[in-house]
Design a protein around this ligand. Structure first.
Ligand SMILES: C[S@@+](CC[C@H](N)C(=O)[O-])C[C@H]1O[C@@H](n2cnc3c(N)ncnc32)[C@H](O)[C@@H]1O
Length: 158
């Protein structure tokens, strides 16, 4: 089913691969939430279908206004509820860049983080998640991190 969904969505080179989709799906189907996503796309739809349907809300940070609009339109068209794609331009924080997220308006008890953004060429990669956001994670929160084998991501995981 995930394979069919993935082929239908396309967007090769950007969309999550099947292994990652499966891991996101497993966690989305069971998490008590709330859910934070970094970088929207096919995974956002999956989170809405598996967590949103159970009343668990996802906030997805998206730096591209055009992409945000596209994902929001697909969510609306397919009546996928409980997902908010937030306009979060990338901001320079000195030695890394990350989303300019409305941190003060977000919950401080995220239980699941789906991390597939910002794009790999961003200064510092995904380092900003833990630098800026660790206070928003509850004890035992799960972070599902794509591209975990890339040198910058290995460093972040360490
Ligand atoms: C790796 S993608 C996130 C993909 C998402 N997790 C999924 O499964 O579809 C990270 C960012 O790339 C950007 N992006 C997605 N598709 C794109 C495309 N076709 N061209 C350019 N940028 C794209 C979006 O801003 C997105 O937040």
């Amino acid at each position: 089913m995930l394979g069919t969904l993935s082929r239908g969505w396309g967007n090769d080179g950007y969309a999550a691969n099947l292994d990652y989709l499966e891991e996101v799906a497993k966690n989305a189907a069971t998490t008590e939430g709330p859910v934070l996503e970094c970088g929207s796309g096919l995974t956002t739809l999956l989170l809405g279908m598996l967590a949103g349907r159970r009343g668990v809300k996802t906030r997805s940070l998206e730096h591209s206004p055009e992409w945000r609009q596209r994902i929001s339109a697909v969510l609306t068209k397919n009546r996928i509820a409980n997902v908010e794609v937030l306009n979060s331009p990338l901001r320079d924080y000195g030695n890394f860049s990350w989303y300019d997220a409305p941190l003060q308006d977000l919950p401080d008890n995220f239980r699941l983080v789906v991390c597939d953004g910002p794009p790999g060429m961003t200064k510092g990669g995904r380092y900003g998640l833990l630098r800026l956001f660790s206070v928003g994670l509850t004890n035992g929160a799960v972070i599902v991190h794509d591209d975990a084998g890339r040198p910058g991501e290995v460093e972040l995981l360490k």
